[in-house]
Every structure is written in structure tokens, then in C-alpha cells.
Design a protein around this ligand. Sequence first.
Ligand code: MCA
Ligand code: AMP
Length: 513
Amino acid sequence: MKNHLFDGLMGRPPGAVLATTPAHETMSYGDALDWSGRFANALASLGVQPGDRVAVQVPKSLDAVWLYLGCLRAGAVFLPLNTAYTVGEVNYFLRDARPRVLVADPVGAEALRTPCADLHVRLATLGSDGGPEMDLSMAAAQAPSQFENAVRGAEDLAAILYTSGTTGRSKGAMLTHENLLSNARTLAELWQFSERDVLIHALPIFHVHGLFVAIHTVMISGASMIFLPRFSSDVVLDEMRRATVLMGVPTFYTRLLESEKLDRERASSMRVFISGSAPLLEDTFRQFEQRTGHRILERYGMTEAGMITSNPCDGERRAGTVGFPLPGVRLRVVDAESGAPLAVGHIGSIEIRGPNVFAGYWEMPERTAEEFRGDGYFVTGDLGRIDEGGYLHIVGRGKDLIISGGYNIYPKEVELALDADPDVLESAVIGVPHPDLGEAVVGVLVAAAESELDLSAVAERLAPGIARFKQPRRLLFVDSLPRNAMGKVQKNVLRELYSDLFIPSDSNKEPIS
Ligand code: MCA
Ligand code: AMP
């Protein structure tokens, strides 16, 4: 009896180390088997059945990893949520996905009681601070480790990850067991992972990057990871001498470069530094090579498809490119309107097909259909070109999206929240270059009345509704928004106008904030 993904990931010697923590906790593959069985039993005791969604909004911990593996074993569909989401945002996901259970941080559980009760979602916590909810960690500790895994095939859902939409409404990307397993196998081989590898895990585990790319690649190759609660450049540098791989967003690399400790000696045990989720500046690539001797391996992915392209492990890693399509992935660059394939060097819409491409958006068949071509290719919404060497360059986005420190923000969602403010007539939300985050969110506002806007009051009213990372770093007040002949707001004009808000064009000046 098979559980497609779990069986594919496990099967390493039980004694081998899977994870260590800075607190000198060591967990083996046997421990992962044991604890995931306990969590699967604890979930079953809450009535979780195969196919049920289990929503999880908890701080990063190894217990959260065992809970994820327990979900797989129980046949449930894992639905991770960013810890920064507000109660209002979580409420939307609960309404949309109708999970059987929401596993929350005990600290925030009280605020989630009413939405859970209203929607008949069972609320549990990971750990306890004395609240009335079931503490799943405690329940797992008391449950047997033996668990008969639910039978799950290649096409069954393993996870739903929400990605915001250009309409402002988040869509749940349905990922199957085979989507995740095929991507894990391909990456482990391509990036030459082995049981000798030690990955520094400093990413959050509610996104594809930290959850699947990092953890699955480690597990499928029998490697181990140094499991950090969050990214801190000091801690990563302290751990670097006993590691071989780092996976990170570009902000990790710019922050590491700020430290004098980063040098060749510090990076001497490292086999590869991998970057993705947002564009890595060529300047960062070059500086990193000068300081460490390592050429960062940049790859490209998205929630709907896991990893899509990668620079090679052996062979030339080209700065400013995301490399070649992964084995098994077909990628084309086409004219966005006609769908006609474009010649080498021409910029067009990036479209893909392969075992990694998701099964559609949860309960949104029309939206799903809109994003696939008739021949089964998925339209990524990214714009790119392929050079003579076959390397893909991402040159922009067809979708209105901001990527800040590796987190995606859809301007529409923030604009809707700003427009709801009584003092705001209309707004345009844009991303502008930022030295630390790559792009920072900026809100350009027109006042409802003729008087000046109190921008800090607007920011204060916005805060409870949307996650902190989506909130504009800067609000600006203008008389009117630039529009084209069709009446559409010209965001390119605004982006140009405010491009030096955080990185002054006069490079002698210090960056602001
Ligand atoms: C934190 N803040 C942010 C961000 N992160 N604001 C904007 N963008 C962010 N990314 C807020 C905090 O709430 C805080 O607000 C303030 O910024 C400063 O926080 P700081 O301590 O500096 O931040 P941090 O905790 O060090 O986090 C920065 C980070 C983190 C390490 C870059 O954002 C991160 O781990 N990013 C990785 C995201 C990721 O995994 N993406 C993968 C998506 P205040 O001071 O007001 O309280 S998966 C994906 O994209 C596809 C599949 C792919 O290809 O991988
Ligand atoms: P998400 O929706 O969080 O999965 O983010 C996926 C998006 O991140 C992609 O559609 C790209 O726009 C962007 N992205 C991921 N990796 C890279 C990269 N290496 N370079 C440029 N953009 C990237």
C-alpha cells in the first residue's frame, strides 16, 4: 500500500541525522518516522480523514515539520499559512478551503476562536499556553508512533498553497503528490545532493521554497539540515563552517555580504549557494563570487509549479539568468497575444508543461482554465527570453506583482484595502527598488476631500487588516494618478517617478531607511 509522496521521501536509514538545531537538538530519520506517526494519530483523533484540508499557521519548528509529514501520512491536504497573516486574512482561507482543522500558535489562538466556531473548523494549537484548545504537540507525544498510512496515489492532493491573485482574491494552488515528488527527485539529482550534504535551513516553512524545495530535497537524498527558526546573517555565518548548502532569497545574500565575517575561509566547506524566489542582482552575484569564490546558483520557480529552471551545478552559472528548464519540464517563450513561439533572444510570455505543474486552483475552474493554453501549457505570467546558450532570462512580469524579500504582494489587494479608507479616493500600489528587500511596497494616494491626507492615520487604519509585509513602506500623497488614454493608471510612470525613493540615484548618498 503506497503513500506516494511520503514513501518517496522516506526510506533513509533510521539512524541517519535529519536535523540539528542551534540548541543542539538532533533528530534522526527514525525520529521523523516516529513523530510523523504520532502526529498522524493525533490528527486522526480530531476526525481528520483522507482528503480533508488541515490549515496550519504556526511558527517554524521541527514539530511543524512532523505535523506536515503526519498530514501526508493521514492522507490530508496540508495548507500552510504565513505567520504574518491577520485574523481577517486567515478567515478568508478558512472560508475558501473549509479545512477540518486549523492548527494555530497558542499565542494567537484566542482571536481565531470565533471564525473557527462560525465556520465549524476545529481549532487546535501546536504547544499550549493554557488555553482550552487541544495541544497537538501534547496529543502527539501521548499517541502511538505506529500509524497505517493512508493510501495516496500520484494524482491525489498533498497540499494547497494560496497565492494572491491579480484580482485581489487569493487562489489555492492544488499540488499533487506527484507534483512534489517529481520536483524533489529532479532537484536532488540536478543539484547533486547526497547523504553528505548539510543544508542551512533559514527560510520560512509556509512557502514552496522552505517547505518543499529545501526539506524534500534534503529528505529524498538522505542529507541533513541545520534547522534555524529564521534568517539571521550572524547565525548563518556561525553555522556555515559545518554546512555544505544554503538556499535563500536574494535578501539573504545581500545581508550576508554586509557582514565582514563572510570570506573564503568561512565558506570553504560549502558546496553550493542557491538563490531564488526573486531576481538576484548581477552585482550581488559578482560581489559574492569575489568574497567567497562561489558563483551563486540561481533558479526560478513558482508556487503553481515548484522549481522550473535552474543554472547548472556543473557548467557555467550565468549571472542574471535562471538557467535551463529542469529535466522533464518543457518551457517556451511565446507571444502573449497570439501564443506563437518566439525566436531566441525575443522577449515573451513564459509557458511551461511538466509533472511539476499543479492540478489547478481550488474550486476555481474558470480561473484555472484561463491560465492554461489549449495544449496544456501553463501561462506563468512572467516575461522572459532565452539566449543563444539556452539560458532563460526573466525580464519582467506580465502580472502586476511585487516581490519584497521573497514574499509576493499583489498590489490589487493592498489597493482594495487602501481604497476602503474613508479619507482615500483612490490608490495605486507599486514596487520600487529597495537595497535590502529588492523591491519595497509604495502606496500612492489621492485624497477623498480637498484637504491633505493624514498619511500616518491611513497607515494605522490599514495595519490590522493586512499582513505587515504587504503594508506600504511609504505612503505618498498626490493630486491625481497618471492615466493613459484608456483611463488606466500608468504604474510604469509612477515606478519611474519614485524609483530612487530608497536607493538615491546619486550613489554618494546613503540609502533612506
Ligand atoms: C519581514 N518584513 C518584511 C519582509 N519580511 N517586509 C517586507 N518584505 C519582507 N519580505 C517586515 C517585518 O514584519 C518587520 O516589520 C520588518 O519588515 C523588518 O523585519 P526584519 O526583521 O528585517 O525581517 P526578517 O524577519 O529578517 O525577514 C526578512 C527576510 C524574510 C529574511 C528576507 O522576509 C524571509 O525569510 N523571506 C523569505 C520569503 C520566502 O521564503 N519566499 C519564498 C516564496 P516591522 O519592523 O514593522 O515589525 S516561494 C516562491 O517564491 C517560489 C516558489 C520560489 O521560486 O521560491
Ligand atoms: P510565488 O507566487 O510566491 O510562487 O512566486 C513566484 C514568482 O516569483 C515567479 O512567478 C517569478 O515572478 C518570481 N521568481 C521566482 N524565482 C525567481 C528568480 N530566480 N528570478 C526572478 N523572479 C523569480
